[in-house]
Design a protein around this ligand. Structure first.
Ligand SMILES: [Zn+2]
Length: 934
């Protein structure tokens, strides 16, 4: 059934016209929907004529028909199985809709994408996919051919929602959007369907979605105001929270599914829907901007955000703004997969309540600021947006969130009542406006996509660097780490067929060559170059440095010699490193060249006796670095070395050099319940390298007897404010908050269970850790957790101070100087100055004379020590210990001011953790106890 001439959305200018428009609608309307949505919307201006009605079409199911409720119903959130149920029902009923399965998550849920367009387009989807693939890689296309393709192609506009599980609205809204796109016959929708292929995720992080919905149903349904805030669940996905939006190397399997999909379909626009800011922030790409990305991108972004703001203000909706929140510096956000690949990234922050409860809300002072789910300090326990409106402005001009400004012409009221339906109304009106613009200018979007792709290839032919070379080097496993991430990103990589001679040097055959004259050549540059921050006065949302070579301690040469473009190479699809065992002697020596797989080898052969040599030694013509492993030769040993890409030589008998047995410790990783994310990154790294451990919480600590159970305990970076955060964790409000799996809440209780996640380990826990160390345990504290032993006096003669307010260093890469190169922690490091990521850990200082002996590595703290990204106030770090090995009683505390397992990025530092674990009982003898043994 097709009813023409309903109403032309394009001519609507003010909310006042809504009534007239509503009466002119010819398609039968769902009266029930209109009545309920009006009821759930807390003020008329929090709605628009785009979303206050819903056409009723026989045979096309609404969410009410399939799930029993309309989107935006108070206290109702949808699990992933029901999202899938709805989309599948819609696809079964409408030839305008198609559902794709992309692959599974860690916990076995499906990642789903839904496509909606007109019937013919959906039928010929592969043809349109082919057009976009050609525009994405325009090499060999003449200008005329490109024009011809642009004439036939249609842009894919992809919406993604539910990346951050506490931001619950987007996956709900998208169901209703899909229905409208399938069912509404008014001219706007005809135009969208004719000119645009709309795609959307069901939920970007399906595991977290289900866990959060269970948690909401269990603990949050009764919440009535911001004051009776309930902490969020201890986990979203298997390992991480918000960092799923910072996973620049796509470590997480779910994020990998989305990137693969992106590179198959090449959507010119990708729009990631978040929640925190009042009432709707539409990202316009403010400074600092990554200068390597195409200027066209920075013109397109405000083009869209200004249009949305114009439309929404026209509908009378307050609180829509476009500036002073997120910048364009880091390429690590998930949605950046689009702009990184010559598309256009878009992003919203819509105000949310952390669930579907209707609540009174007060809008705070400055723009942006930490505290909301998307703030950098975003605590999982904060309901969405609760703190997001507070805090200092981020590049804004102050005056607060409720003040009028050039980017916020119609500010929101200071106090209001907010509902899930308001959230839906705002977001849906915004995205329909974006689709309106796209459908009016599909050719411009496609031309821009083509030009950005073409310009990327061209810039690699005309602007240095023209490429990068990763020469053959002692440890090729970290080269493979980089190469395989570049490949995952769709970047072409080759292996030199013969020796390469360039101005920068001569590199052996087999060296890896990345040429810049390719569609994703700009992305290669962004990932491999040194980050030069444009203005130290500018704040940024996330890290300022990520240079892959520095992060992984792999040799990467930037090449300004244009001849690199002509180097003959063999294309690399996936890089595997085959290990080598030379000779057939009785003893095999595995060279410790810094490969992180040394630890994997030890664990894979846990029943085999290993020894580590404590100093470098020459055997024949091979130099064995300190820390190299000795083992009885066997086919099994050889096979594992080869599989893991390690280098080994054999000999008749073990070399005459000091050595110790490499035993496997009983290892635990301690996690608070309120800050599991940095723990998650350590877990991810240990899991990847097959290092088993117990994940323990306050419940186990308070039980005591730690030394009897463990040799080594790692406390990953937690408690950003210092020891108190680690010890007292989520404040107890007198009511137990459980995290347990039950038949009603099957997604809770994963990765640990607790009858009450609040209260922390308390002072009792501190005493247990103190006992553990004094009784001979090895405690490893990473990053912010290193405040803990200093502030609680476990290491009595070490102080932990904080940087001043003038200091500003969002994740740069800086130099660190190894002072005790013979300490087992530095096995595999062949240089005394190494790059490390600044982790925001404590400024350590030994108060006694022993300090010099205990400092294993320190920050030189000179201006030249900042290798990539921004550190303002570098002198504050001068001479401060980066790692200290502090003897305490019978044991040791190794305090890292660094974080050797940061977001699956700084694999060059990981051995500083792995070596400590593997050589746990072979540290140099304590020089002096920090306190008397009791
Ligand atoms: Zn978010």
């Amino acid at each position: 059934m097709k009813v023409s001439r309903t109403f032309a959305v394009g001519v609507l200018a003010a909310a006042a016209t809504v009534g007239i428009v509503a009466q002119t609608k010819l398609q039968p309307q769902d009266e029930d929907y209109a009545k309920l949505v009006k009821e759930w919307t807390t003020k008329p201006e929090f709605s628009s004529p785009l979303v206050d009605h819903l056409p009723k079409v026989a045979g096309i199911p609404t969410t009410k028909d399939v799930l029993g409720y309309y989107v935006g119903m108070p206290k109702k959130l949808t699990h992933t199985a029901d999202l899938a149920k709805y989309y599948n029902a819609l696809a079964a009923a409408s030839k305008r809709v198609k559902v794709f399965q992309l692959g599974k998550t860690d916990e076995g849920r499906e990642c789903l994408v839904i496509a909606v367009s007109d019937e013919d387009t959906i039928h010929d989807l592969d043809t349109y996919k082919g057009y976009l693939a050609k525009l994405a890689d325009p090499r060999g296309l003449s200008a005329d051919q490109a024009k011809e393709i642009i004439g036939k192609a249609k842009p894919i506009y992809m919406f993604t929602g539910g990346l951050h599980s506490a931001e619950t609205g987007p996956p709900e809204m998208l169901m209703e959007l899909a229905y409208r796109l399938a069912a509404d016959e008014s001219p706007l929708y005809d135009q969208i369907r004719k000119n645009v292929i709309v795609m959307m995720s069901a939920a970007l992080e399906p595991d977290g979605r289900d866990r959060y919905v269970d948690w909401y149903n269990h603990h949050m349904l009764s919440q009535e105001s911001e004051n009776d805030r309930v902490p969020g669940p201890p986990y979203w996905g298997k390992y991480i929270f918000h960092d799923n939006n910072r996973d620049i190397n796509y470590s997480q399997v779910t994020m990998r599914n989305w990137l693969k999909f992106y590179l198959q379909w090449h959507p010119p626009i990708m729009h990631d829907l978040h929640e925190s800011q009042p009432l709707l922030y539409t990202f316009s790409g403010q400074t600092p901007q990554n200068p390597t990305l195409d200027p066209i991108l920075y013109a397109e972004m405000p083009w869209f955000s200004d249009f949305e703001m114009t439309k929404m203000i026209g509908y009378g909706m307050p609180g829509v703004w476009t500036h002073a929140f997120v910048d364009m510096w880091s390429p690590g956000y998930l949605g950046f997969m689009s702009s990184n690949h010559n598309g256009m990234l878009r992003m919203y922050e819509t105000m949310g309540n952390g669930g579907a409860n209707t609540m009174p809300r007060t809008i705070g002072g400055g723009a942006g600021g930490p505290g909301g789910p998307d703030g950098p300090g975003g605590a999982p326990e904060a309901p969405a947006a609760a703190g997001g409106a507070a805090g200092a402005g981020r590049g804004g001009r102050g005056g607060g969130m409720t003040a009028r400004d050039w980017y916020r012409p119609l500010p929101p009221p200071r106090t209001l009542t907010w509902s899930m339906r308001n959230n839906t109304n705002y977001m849906e009106t915004g995205v329909l406006s974006a689709l309106e613009l796209t459908s009016k200018f599909p050719q411009t979007v496609l031309e821009n996509f083509y030009m950005k792709s073409r310009n990327s290839v061209k810039s690699g032919e005309t602007e240095a660097p023209f490429g990068f070379v990763l020469p053959v080097q002692p440890d090729m496993t970290r080269v493979a780490f980089i190469v395989n991430i570049l490949r995952l990103q769709g970047i072409e990589v080759g292996r030199a067929r013969a020796e390469v001679k360039l101005k920068e040097g001569t590199f052996p055959a087999g060296s890896i060559v990345v040429k810049r004259n390719q569609p994703y050549g700009r992305l290669a540059k962004i990932l491999l170059e040194k980050q030069v921050y444009p203005d130290p006065a500018l704040q940024t949302y996330d890290d300022t440095g990520w240079t892959m070579g520095l992060m992984s301690h792999a040799d990467v040469k930037e090449i300004a010699d244009k001849a690199v473009l002509d180097v003959p190479v063999q294309p690399v699809d996936v890089m595997d490193v085959n290990g080598v065992v030379k000779g057939t002697g009785a003893i095999t020596a595995i060279l410790h060249n810094g490969s992180n797989y040394i630890a994997t080898l030890r664990y894979r052969l846990k029943d085999v006796k290993f020894e580590a040599i404590e100093a470098a030694v020459k055997v024949g013509d091979v130099q064995l670095p300190a820390g190299s492993l000795l083992v009885q030769s066997s086919p099994r040993v050889k096979a594992e070395i080869e599989k893991l890409g390690l280098q080994a030589v054999t000999m008749a008998k073990a070399p005459d050099v000091a050595k110790h047995a490499v035993e496997i410790p009983r290892l635990a990783v301690f996690s608070t319940w309120g800050s599991t994310q940095d723990v998650g990154w350590v877990r991810y790294a240990l899991d990847h390298f097959e290092v088993p451990y117990d994940l323990i919480y306050k419940e186990r600590i308070k039980q005591g007897g730690l030394r009897g159970a463990y040799d080594v305990i790692v406390i990953p970076s937690q408690g950003r404010g210092g020891a108190k955060g680690l010890i007292f964790d989520i404040e107890s409000r007198g009511k137990a908050i459980d995290y347990q799996k039950t038949p009603s809440f099957p997604s809770l209780g994963s990765y640990g269970e607790s009858a009450d996640i609040t209260g922390g380990m308390g002072l009792q826990g501190v005493a247990e850790f103190d006992k553990f160390v004094n009784e001979g345990g090895l405690l490893l504290t990473l990053g912010a957790s290193s405040f803990f032993p200093a502030e609680m006096g476990i290491t009595r003669t070490v102080d932990a101070a904080r940087t001043t307010a003038a200091f500003y260093a969002p994740g740069p890469i800086v130099e660190a100087e190894i002072l005790k190169p013979t300490h087992p922690i530095f096995y595999g490091y062949d240089k005394t100055t190494v790059p490390v990521r600044w982790a925001g850990g404590p400024l350590l200082r030994a108060t006694g004379t022993e300090g010099r002996a205990w400092t294993l590595m320190r920050f030189p703290g000179n201006d030249s020590s900042v290798l990539s990204g921004l550190m303002r106030g570098v002198a504050e770090t001068r001479g401060r210990p980066a790692i200290m090995d502090v003897p305490v009683g019978q044991g040791h505390v190794v305090m890292y001011a660094t974080n050797p397992a940061y977001r699956w990025q700084n694999l060059g530092e990981f051995n500083m953790l792995a070596n400590a674990i593997l050589n746990f009982n072979d540290f140099p003898a304590p020089k002096a106890p920090a306190k008397p043994v009791e």
